[in-house]
Design a protein around this ligand. Structure first.
Ligand code: PLP
Length: 428
């Protein structure tokens, strides 16, 4: 029992940058009887969610879905395309880039890690320099985290692609979109990415447990020669049965029901509007932070993340103590500082199934927490966010009359047999 908030009445605020709030519609879809994963109904579901994920990644190539957390899809990207001892170029953008590096090294890859200050994204010019110096083409892959969840800093994926092309280097290009997919604009094909890694528990509004590889043709060709050992993650086995809508092993059937409905929701809103919603809520959050007189960890405004904001607490104060107090008193979970910035920053997740009033509640909780924890700040940050939300809502109202959703569901799949309610039927 929490003495500060003994009743725990009302809803918990889950404002970490993933796992995010799961919409009731998705929860209801998951809460349905599990079907035979080798039967015809499953085949329709499998084909449908794979088609939907291709739209989300913006690719006409292959997408595989693993019953695994994002770390599994990181590993899958590497073991399918590379061989023991291959050199890989990665950038130290934050905690998750560091974890991907560790994973690569454990697999026996030789990682060249470009140092970073955790306040900037991957630098295309430095990547170009390193690749230009590699005239023997020993570097086999460049790996970049699109949206560093530990720092709230994005990297310019298209610029990294252009840098690789500028020096004519044949390395594969792999991008982690675990905290940007379905929240921040991302284009696998157009940006020439060879493997994109995604996860279910952030912009896709699902519980943790699914992860993805979007696979370009060059990566698929590389997978035929790659020598790193793999079994569970093997693309070839997966793709061989995916065409018929099946998996080589037992899939996460009920999470796929949820994915189907989450895709419906994304396409009903339209991806462009989903991205615009995230951009707007992120800008409101930053206005609140500036209003409080606190510092945003991301040092380059061109690289601000639209899914989370990492906020630096003033010297002499501990971000974890502030978070603990906010959790105990206001029943809100905020993201902790990870790795090098542990205790120094806290993170507000503003992604997924999220709207204006949820953001206002979140910011009010932070502002009250700052006061309660005696963290030096100015009052009124939440008001600055409210003002921005109200102004932009008025502008949106005036602009929306002629603005119809541009994306429609591409196909509809049959209802899942035995599903308990209309809301639990898969419609995508
Ligand atoms: N990459 C990024 C950018 C992440 O944010 C995370 C998790 O938050 C991961 C990778 C690892 O994914 P998981 O924890 O689902 O294994």
């Amino acid at each position: 029992m929490n003495p500060l908030n003994p009743l725990h009445s009302g809803r918990h605020f889950l404002q970490i940058p993933g796992p995010t709030n799961v919409p009731d519609r998705v929860l209801r879809a998951i809460d349905a009887p599990t079907i035979d994963h080798r039967g015809p109904e499953f085949a329709a579901l499998g084909k449908s969610v794979i088609a939907g994920m291709k739209r989300v990644f913006k690719t006409t190539g292959d997408v595989v879905i693993y019953p695994a957390s994002g770390t599994g899809a990181w590993e899958a990207a590497l073991v399918n395309t590379l061989s023991p001892g291959d050199r890989v170029l990665m950038g130290e953008t934050g905690h998750f880039a560091t974890l991907w590096r560790k994973l690569a090294e454990r697999l026996g890859l030789a990682v060249e890690f470009i140092p970073g200050d955790w306040r900037h994204g991957a630098d295309p010019d430095t990547i170009a320099e390193r690749l230009a110096a590699d005239s023997a083409h020993a570097i086999k892959a460049v790996c970049v985290v699109h949206n560093e969840t530990s720092t709230g800093v994005t990297s310019k994926v298209a610029d990294v692609r252009a840098a690789i092309d500028r020096v004519g280097h044949p390395a594969l290009f792999m991008v982690d979109t675990i905290s940007s997919l379905a929240s921040i604009d991302y284009r696998h094909d157009e940006w020439g990415v060879d493997v994109t890694v995604g996860g279910s528990q952030k912009g896709l509004m699902l519980p943790p447990g699914l992860s993805f590889n979007a696979i370009g043709t060059k990566a698929l060709a590389a997978s035929k020669k790659a020598k790193l050992p793999r079994s569970y993650w093997d693309w070839q086995e997966m793709l061989a049965v995916n065409t018929a809508g099946f998996f080589p092993y037992t899939p996460a059937t009920n999470l796929l029901y949820g994915l189907s409905v989450a895709l419906d929701m994304l396409f009903e809103e339209s991806l462009d509007r989903v991205f615009a919603r995230h951009d707007r809520l992120a800008e409101a959050t930053r206005r609140a932070v500036r209003g409080w007189g606190l510092e945003i960890l991301c040092a380059d405004p061109a690289l601000y993340s639209s899914t989370l904001t990492a906020i630096v607490v003033p010297e002499g104060h501990n971000a974890d103590a502030l978070r603990r107090l906010i959790l105990e008193r206001f029943d809100m979970s905020l993201g902790q500082g990870l790795g090098k910035v542990a205790g120094k920053v806290f993170r507000i997740g503003h992604l997924g199934h999220f709207n204006d009033l949820m953001l206002c509640g979140t910011l009010a909780g932070v502002e009250m927490g700052l006061a309660l924890a005696s963290v030096p700040h100015r009052k009124g940050g939440t008001q600055a966010a409210i003002d921005y939300l109200a102004e932009t809502a008025a502008r949106q109202r005036d602009a929306t009359a002629s603005d119809q959703p541009r994306e429609q569901p591409v196909q509809s799949s049959p209802a899942i047999p035995g599903a308990r309610s209309a809301a639990a039927q898969v419609r995508y």
